[in-house]
Write a protein that binds this ligand. Structure first.
Ligand SMILES: Cc1cc2nc3c(=O)[nH]c(=O)nc-3n(C[C@H](O)[C@H](O)[C@H](O)COP(=O)(O)OP(=O)(O)OC[C@H]3O[C@@H](n4cnc5c(N)ncnc54)[C@H](O)[C@@H]3O)c2cc1C
Length: 501
């Protein structure tokens, strides 16, 4: 049994980041992680001579002023070594038209998109204006959605004059922006945007909030950019773990939180965690919960029963997607000449496939070889409720289908794979403890984004939500922003308001 000021559940990027910030500012923190390693969806695993990134492969927010940079500077730790991705990705619509490289250099991208989508410049300019306004707002650390007077004061402080203009788009979608720009019938542009938006917002043009979509569509260009971590995705988590070691925060692996209750006698949260052999009790005034909020339905039973409206809200959250991820390796010479480390292409059979290929010397594959990871969305319910042989058969079928689509796309001879395996939602559930293997948080449509989203402040005093279901959404950069937001709320409740971050 132990008591700390804060217990954090989950050592993914959200949990590690909030633990590091709170501990740096002097709070006693215990971080509980069910797995034997940190990173969650942004972790890695080893197979033979290869290191595979489990989920996230591209990192935003490493540039100066970006969210990871700001937090790492505050923590006084070094950012992991990374190279900018230029192009960030090459998109192949596979409709006979030319491939679309998404360049990092702004002028090259402006030229490219004008050539690819003639007459679309007004749309991109509008997105850019909205994004600049969003960016200034996000950097002023708003707390969204607003739940009390303090949150409201933070919103007022964060607002800039331009936000008042973009605020009228709160309920608009990316398709509304296309319509304003006279592009609602531009099928090729819509097809391209659908692919990109689905990756980052889980929604298409018709359903992605305009304020969110405008930002994710600018992420790959100067002065922002997407980065490739030199020594696997794990280096981001390891750097944050390094900060926890310096500040004395406890990180406890192999402890799976089983139930959460408010202890009336001690007036604090009581967290029951299971290791392989034992049950452990932890007590804390503040509890930061980073797994998907749907998991609370299992773990917070008694308190939730007293707050039926909130319970219904959690019960009725839209079902996020699951992922199928194909992890493979081959000799570099066995894949046709590559112009990028990231591709997104349309397969007639499978829909969109997103491909990440390792770089020479980045620690993921031996010299002369590469790792190739391809991911696609899937409905989680298609994978549960099958008996073992049906499940294995279905998994084998998808492994084969994905491999043959990659062989066609990249001219790979079927005999040249050195390794291939597939993770399904069942695998993601096992690896990350996310219920039904859901990934990527909630779809960022106008009724779920920002002001209308799920709050980090719950109806239970001292219980906070953080991670990719909370503003501003998925991605290592998004969950770091949500970790900063929750940390600021906890610190403010202790009267700590002045720190330089
Ligand atoms: C296939 C795929 C590709 C992606 N690509 C990108 C990308 O290129 N770039 C990008 O930025 N993002 C990407 N993402 C999204 C990104 O990985 C996530 O949004 C982000 O890592 C989520 O971080 P988190 O800390 O909120 O949650 P998680 O990473 O899920 O971490 C939660 C942690 O909590 C632990 N946990 C859960 N339940 C319990 C419990 N009961 N007790 C104790 N511990 C528990 C889990 O083990 C896990 O470590 C991708 C995701 C996937 C799945």
């Amino acid at each position: 049994m132990s008591k700390t000021e804060v217990v954090i559940v989950g050592a993914g990027i959200a949990g590690l980041t909030s633990a590091a910030i709170l501990s740096k500012l002097g709070l006693s923190v215990t971080l509980l992680e069910s797995h034997t390693q940190s990173g969650g969806c942004a972790g890695t695993f080893k197979r033979k001579n290869y290191i595979f990134d489990v989920g996230a492969t591209q990192v935003a927010g490493l540039e100066k002023g970006g969210i990871h940079s700001r937090i790492f500077e505050f923590l006084d730790i070094e950012l992991p070594k990374a190279t900018i991705l230029d192009p960030a990705c090459i998109v192949d619509l596979n409709d006979g038209s030319m491939q679309i490289p998404i360049w990092y250099k702004k002028n090259e991208w402006i030229e490219e998109r004008e050539m690819q989508f003639p007459g679309s410049s007004r749309f991109w300019q509008l997105c850019s204006l909205i994004h600049q306004s969003n960016w200034a707002f996000a950097n002023n650390n708003p707390v969204l959605p607003i739940n009390n007077f303090w949150d409201f004061t933070q919103l007022i402080k964060a607002l800039t004059p331009s936000n008042l203009g973009t605020g009228i788009l709160l309920k608009s979608t990316v398709f509304d922006l296309l319509r304003i720009c006279g592009l609602s019938k531009n099928d090729r542009l819509i097809k391209f945007l659908n692919l990109q938006l689905k990756l980052y917002s889980q929604e298409d043009v018709y359903n992605t909030a305009a304020l969110y979509g405008s930002t994710v569509l600018q992420m790959s260009q100067q002065p922002y950019g997407l980065w490739h971590l030199k020594q696997s995705m794990q280096s981001l988590s390891e750097a944050l773990e390094g900060s926890l070691n310096k500040t004395g925060a406890k990180i406890i692996f192999g402890h799976k939180v089983h139930s959460i209750n408010f202890d009336d006698q001690n007036k604090c949260w009581k967290i029951l965690a299971k290791s392989k052999k034992c049950l452990f009790e932890y007590f804390a005034n503040n509890l930061v919960y980073t797994p998907p909020p749907q998991s609370l339905l299992e773990q917070l039973k008694e308190p939730l029963n007293k707050k039926q409206t909130y319970k219904n809200r959690l019960n009725n959250l839209p079902e996020p997607s699951g992922a199928l991820v194909f992890y493979s390796a081959l000799k570099k010479e066995h894949i046709k000449k590559l112009a990028s480390n990231h591709y997104q292409f349309v397969s007639n059979i499978l829909g969109s496939l997103f491909v990440s290929i390792s770089q020479e010397g980045d620690g993921r594959a031996p010299k002369g070889e590469i790792t190739l990871i391809a991911s696609m969305f899937t409905k989680t319910k298609d994978w549960f409720g099958l008996d073992k042989s049906e499940y294995l058969e279905k998994k084998k079928e998808f492994l084969k289908k994905i491999a043959s689509e990659l062989e066609r796309q990249f001219d790979i001879a079927p005999g040249n794979w050195l390794h291939k395996e597939l993770a399904t939602p069942l695998g993601f559930e096992k690896w990350t403890n996310r219920p039904n293997g859901i990934v990527g948080g909630l779809g960022q449509n106008p009724s779920a984004f920002g002001l209308f989203g799920l709050s980090s402040r719950t109806p239970f005093k001292g219980l906070w939500l953080c991670g990719d279901s909370i503003y501003p959404g998925e991605g290592t950069a998004g969950v770091s922003q949500s970790a900063l937001m929750v940390s600021r709320q906890i610190l403010a409740s202790k009267g700590i308001n002045n720190f330089n971050l």
